[in-house]
Design a protein around this ligand. Sequence first.
Ligand code: SF4
Ligand code: SF4
Length: 180
Amino acid sequence: MTEADEKDGPPVVLVDPIDMSKLDSEFRNEIKSMPYGDELNACFACSTCTAACPIANVWTYKPHQLIRMIILGMREEVLSSDEIWLCLTCFQCQERCPQKVRVTDIFFDCKNLAAEESKIPETIVGLAKTLMEKGQLYEVTADWEREDMDLEPAVPGLSTNEFKDIIKATRTGKIVGGEE
Ligand code: SF4
Ligand code: SF4
């Protein structure tokens, strides 16, 4: 492409344009009305949260972009994004935000809203099902392996029944179990 062609052609677009007709102006208020949303409007898009995030480099939407998307009303994109579930909840972003925006907690709120609408990644559903069925996320080494390692055949005092009952009685248990 020649320099002249570049001048005549369409402008270079680095990100997809936002479809204004799909914005939900109430989304910002929805998040703001939640216990941790007070400072949402104070965000001035400095990107400090993204600079502090240990995994933002592999996210399509970075933390500061997600916060901006919430403010703009991009409800569908935020609640359907993988990033809110990939968050490590390390609180690095929240600790460093100069405006005291509770970034990590806001992502928790987004996860709760997404879950209410059954927008939960399969991997997360799988983890919740494992918790409900087994009472723990990781399998205890099988008896024969424990024996090989000179361990007691069963883990002393391990009982997951009470935990399983508690999980099943929670909203999470009901959503994952298909009761809601
Ligand atoms: S660090 Fe705080 S003010 Fe800066 S972009 Fe992130 S949320 Fe907004
Ligand atoms: S809490 Fe989540 S968004 Fe914030 S720095 Fe950690 S991984 Fe990144």
